[in-house]
Design a protein around this ligand. Sequence first.
Ligand code: FES
Length: 124
Amino acid sequence: MCFEVATIDGEKGKRGTGCSDVGEEECVLYEYEKLVPLRIGGIDVRVPENNSLLRCFQYLKLYPISMGGFCWNADCRTCEVVIQVGTEPARRVLSCQTTVIPGMAVLEMTEKLKFCLRNLDSED
Ligand code: FES
């Protein structure tokens, strides 16, 4: 399922993001069956279930996240975000260590993540 790609309107499409640019054996996403809704700074996207938030960001912006110098193992803290799920209080987490939950909202993020996820609502 790694070759399906997300579009901003929530439909599966062919934008060429995520693992669609690499072979299946190189896919870094955990196996997933469906895309789930995620709100990032007021923009609604759909991302692979069962994956960390940082992997979901990578799915949306493959090269900026892949080349962003993230440690992926809770050392650098440059992936820190503030999330909220439903009516629960917002909390600060490491996106590399936090699994996406359908309907989760990302309220704040580091400057590095902002840079990597810039133009999230465009086709680039
Ligand atoms: S990527 Fe370094 S702490 Fe998450």
